[in-house]
Design a binder for this molecule. Structure first.
Ligand code: FES
Length: 154
């Protein structure tokens, strides 16, 4: 038996059918809503690759059951750019080489957008690193990531 939930997904109202109450928001996005920009790394809340915004706050999509999100507003990496115009955080990541292989980048960018919106980024590199500490980069692109968040939070 399917359950239906209402979401605002990247600004668009959606009615979504959930056929398995155990499906996570991450799997819903990637496998059922064709939004693969949100990445699966650890699938257990340890790497931050799956970071999205839920009602404006950062969340690990792998830790959330989709069935509990009726009425929620979800923003994924696909929802940031406006046509050809990148979000300022996306542009800052390019400007400062805030990535290497790119796998963690959607989660890093969503986390940075959330951190800045929370007003907790500031310009202090230590504070930014602390605020971004839930997002792991195996390539070690932390210097560029920190510079990007610094610039985007100005
Ligand atoms: Fe969700 Fe790693 S995939 S935190």
């Amino acid at each position: 038996m399917s359950l239906f939930i209402s979401l605002t997904l990247n600004g668009e109202a959606r009615e979504v059918s959930i056929d398995d109450p155990r499906v996570t928001l991450l799997d819903l996005l990637r496998e059922r809503l064709a939004l693969p920009g949100t990445k699966k790394g650890c699938d257990r809340g340890q790497c931050g690759a799956c970071t999205v915004l839920v009602n404006g706050r950062r969340a690990n999509a792998c830790l959330m059951l989709a069935a509990g999100l009726d009425g929620a507003e979800i923003t994924t990496i696909e929802g940031l750019a406006r046509g050809e115009d990148l979000h300022p955080v996306q542009a800052a990541f390019i400007e400062h080489d805030g990535f290497q292989c790119g796998y963690c980048t959607p989660g890093q960018i969503m986390s940075a957008v959330g951190l800045i919106a929370e007003g907790d980024a500031g310009s202090d590199p230590e504070r930014i690193r602390e605020g971004m500490s839930g997002n792991i980069c195996r390539c070690g692109a932390y210097h560029g990531i920190t510079l990007a968040v610094q610039e985007a939070s100005r």
